[in-house]
Every structure is written in C-alpha cells, then in structure tokens.
Design a protein around this ligand. Structure first.
Ligand SMILES: [Zn+2]
Length: 356
C-alpha cells in the first residue's frame, strides 16, 4: 500500500527551511505598488493582481536574462529606509504564514544605494526590518529565524567590497555571501579575490552556478572558489550517466555540498523542463544533499508550501522526502553547528512528528 498523498494545508503546517530566497524577488505586489507611488516610479500596472501576473509572465520567458530584468521594478522601491524596512518586515511575516522556521535571505546592497543610503546603512536597515518582523512573528506564536546573505553582482566589480561588508556585519545577522546576476559570461573565478578574502576570514559562501551555464561553472564555484553550497546546481546532472556519477558529481554528493534547488524558478529560466522531470528528484534519490527553495516568491508566484506541493503532486514526493530536504537545509545552513543541531532537535523534527 502506498502512503496517502500529503495535502497542501498539511505541508503548510510543516516546519520548513529555505536557504535560497531573494529579498528583492519576494515583495508583496501591493507593497510594490504603494512604494512605487511614493517614489514616483512608473510600474507596468498599478493593480496588485495584474502586477503579480506581469511579473510571473515576464519571468516565464525561459530566459535568465529577461527573468533578471523584472527586478528593475522591485529594486526601484528598495532605495529608501522606509522601503527597505517595510520589505524586510513583510518578508519575515510572509515566511511565518508559510510555515517557515528558518530562512536565509539574500540581497545585493550595491543595488540599493541609488537613494543615497550607504552600503552599511542598507545592511543595518534590512537587519532592523527583519528584526521587527521576527519580533512580530514570535509574538504571534510563529517564530522564524532569519539570517542574511549579502550578494555581490557578478557583472559588476564590487564583489570584494561586498565581501568586506559581510565580514563587517557577521555578528549582526549576516551569515554568509553569494554572487548573483547573469551567469553566462561572468564565471565565478572572476571574483576570486572576494572568495579568497572570505575564506581567509572564515565566512561561508554559496555561489549561483549551474543554472544558465553548465558543469564548468559548478566546478569553478566549488574547486576554484571554494563554495560550501551551490545556488541551483541543476546542471550537475550532466555529470551523471545512467545513475553513475562522474568525478565532479561524486565530489558534490560525497562532500555533502548542498544544492539549493528552486523548481519553479528553474522552469521559468529554462533550466528544467517540468516539475516531474526536474533533476531535484533524481538527485534526491541518488543521495545528494538536495534542498528545495523559492528563489523569488513574487516573481515566481510561489511559496515554500507551493514548491513542496508541486513536488508531491507532480513528482511523487512523500512526506518523508519533504522531511529529508528540510533536514538537509538545516544541516547546510550557515549557522554554527550547535545552533543547527538545536533547530533540528527542538523545532524541525518535533514539528514533523506533531503534524504527520
Ligand atoms: Zn537565486
């Protein structure tokens, strides 16, 4: 007898962890509309529902470059203290409503200084907004812990500076670093100075790799730059033939390097053909440290609950699979080991036991 399929409301109540989620891709449509009006920024539409649909359609083009272009309209409202505070607070409240108990939110401070804030002020303001959201979520009985990853943009030359920002704010909520932006033509090793500096300072980092570009990008991210996790990493399947792992795929699995997979986002950028055929299922079955993530909740019209429900409905995932990827995410969080263990033992595992 097969186990009954787990329903969406049950998934929502499960404790979830997300490692790959962009602040500027997660705004509420109504908030974008209000903040844009205050900032004098012209949007494609001022109706929140139509705006949500516009984002989704633009992102559905199957092209990573066009997908990234949608961020013009979210970044436009993240240039002021008010915008950042509101976005960060609502970000946490939306996670709480989704049943998320641990999140790492990432954003690029260098893209948020057009209104005159300094890089340090951007980071401090986001932390303030996140703290306000965490306090409200805890008071409502749905505590969420949120760490931040600072992103350097791979097509610009401020990654070393942003790495310095991550080191400076490491004891005030920043847990790691990433590089984001168009992958093709901008290989990770272009930013080696940032990664060498972070390694010297013992700050962990992940790298977007293997989404638009293939195995060489993943190899560079892990073996040249020293990434502890890979953002997406979908193309690692190119190194697996008939279930047999090549050297790089073997390294990723055996060294327990987490893959931050984002099923809906990967469909939208053309990195995967369908949820049913998404490599996340094969990689999970082969024992990779697979995690499931949202990437950009507004742009992809998604939540952690929705991503997991899609995998259950279209790829045959079970409650046990959902527990596995959640445990994987907590194990690979950029938190100290004792805090990860406590999160697992005190929150995630009892939460699963209580719901299932
Ligand atoms: Zn991403």
């Amino acid at each position: 007898m097969t186990a009954p399929r787990i329903d969406t409301e049950t998934i929502r109540r499960l404790p979830k962890a997300v490692l790959h989620d962009h602040l500027d891709g997660a705004l509420r449509p109504a908030t974008v509309v209000e903040l844009a009006r205050e900032a004098g920024h012209t949007l494609p539409t001022t109706d929140p529902d139509e705006l949500a649909a516009w984002y989704y359609d633009a992102a559905n083009s199957g092209d990573l470059v066009r997908y990234i272009a949608t961020f013009e309209h979210t970044l436009a409202v993240l240039q002021t203290r008010e915008g950042l505070l509101r976005a960060a607070e609502e970000y946490v409240l939306d996670l709480a409503a989704d049943g998320v108990v641990y999140a790492e939110v990432r954003y690029a401070p260098e893209l948020m200084v057009r209104g005159g804030l300094t890089l340090d002020e951007v980071v401090e303001t986001v932390q303030e907004g996140l703290a306000a959201g965490m306090a409200k979520a805890a008071a409502a009985g749905t505590p969420v812990r949120v760490g931040t990853l600072l992103c350097g943009m791979r097509m610009f030359d401020r990654t070393r500076e942003t790495a310095g920002l991550a080191v400076a704010h490491r004891d005030a909520g920043v847990v790691g670093f990433d590089i984001a932006g168009a992958e093709d033509g901008f290989p990770p090793a272009d930013h080696l100075a940032a990664f060498e500096y972070l390694r010297h300072e013992n700050v962990p980092f992940t790298i977007h790799a293997g989404e638009a570009h293939g195995l060489p990008s993943i190899h560079q991210a892990v073996q040249v730059c020293g990434a502890q996790r890979i953002g997406h990493g979908v193309r690692i399947v190119d190194d697996i033939v008939d279930g047999k792992l090549g050297r790089l795929a073997g390294w990723i699995r055996d060294r327990r390097i987490a893959l931050e997979m984002c099923p809906t986002s990967n469909l939208q950028t053309g990195a995967a053909a369908s949820i049913a055929e998404h490599p996340v299922t094969l990689l999970k079955d082969l024992g990779f440290r697979v995690t499931v993530n949202t990437d950009n909740r507004l742009v992809s019209g998604t939540t952690m609950t929705r991503e997991m429900a899609l995998l259950v409905q279209e790829a045959g995932w079970t409650a046990e699979d959902l527990r596995t990827v959640t445990v994987n995410a907590v194990k690979s969080a950029f938190l100290p080991f004792d805090e990860r263990t406590a999160l697992l033992r005190e929150v995630v595992l009892p939460g699963y036991d209580a719901v299932l």
